[in-house]
Design a protein around this ligand. Structure first.
Ligand SMILES: [Zn+2]
Length: 250
């Protein structure tokens, strides 16, 4: 982590309500200010997460997302606006976040995570927030997060179900422990509401804030599974695979 700098008066007044949170305070806020977070894809899930991280005063966001805004993005991608249809999504996301928090430093990368950029982008971050829809991207970030010993918050949704867990290299399972192969049922496009994306994105942002600030108990070695159709929330223990090809040496 980079060295911490004291909060300005404007920062203290902006973050006043969260500075009152027991166990957080100005020491926690200074850690957020110094932190860089990679958010992979800033659509439904990542957009909701990035919005909360920007509002909370995380100092630097690295947003990776390719492609241009389409009408079918607008039911869940809350950083976007109707009038921006056809524009690059990552630029739309960066603009909304800067309007919310002009102190924020944003690196807007108009690409999805790939073999060509995963090591570099994970290397720029203190924490990775995995909000990518494709397992190929998720596995690349997982491999790099384990190799570079960076925590990764994993957010997933399908229909009205969400899952969140936090991987801490050397302590918890990694994504490849949980999914040795991409699950056969997984599809690029699937039925979902924006409220589901917002739920899992906000949960992921809270996990990131907790890990960065040393607050509370992250979902390390635990997986939160929520069925929003029934409002059944469960926390499951997850274990390392001692033969995991990605993390067995970590
Ligand atoms: Zn593993």
């Amino acid at each position: 982590m980079p060295s911490l700098r004291p909060l300005t008066d404007q920062e203290t007044s902006t973050y006043e309500w969260q500075l009152w949170v027991p166990g957080f305070g100005s020491a926690g806020q200074e850690k957020l200010k110094a932190a860089s977070v990679l958010v992979s894809r800033c659509g439904g899930v990542g957009g909701a997460a990035a919005l909360q991280l920007a509002a909370a005063g995380v100092g630097r966001l690295i947003l990776a997302h390719g492609g241009d805004l389409k009408p079918s993005d607008l039911n869940r991608q809350v950083l976007m606006k109707h009038e921006w249809l056809g524009k690059p999504r990552v630029e739309c996301a960066a603009r909304t976040l800067r309007e919310l928090n002009p102190r924020l430093e944003i690196l807007a990368v108009p690409e999805n995570i790939s073999e060509a950029n995963a090591a570099r982008l994970v290397g720029e971050a203190d924490l990775v927030l995995d909000c990518a829809p494709l397992f190929a991207e998720r596995f690349l970030m997982n491999r790099e997060a384990v190799r570079q010993r960076k925590p990764m918050v994993e957010c997933a949704m399908y229909e009205l179900e969400v899952q969140v867990t936090t991987f801490i290299p050397g302590q918890t399972p990694c994504l490849a422990c949980l999914y040795p192969e991409p699950p056969g049922y997984w599809k690029r496009q699937f039925p979902v509401f924006g409220a589901v994306a917002g739920t899992v994105g906000s949960l992921g942002a809270m996990e990131a804030i907790k890990v960065l600030a040393g607050l509370g108990s992250p979902l390390a070695g635990r997986l939160l599974s929520c069925d929003l159709r029934t409002m059944d929330f469960r926390v499951l223990k997850v274990s390392r695979n001692p033969n995991c090809p990605v993390c067995k040496e970590a």
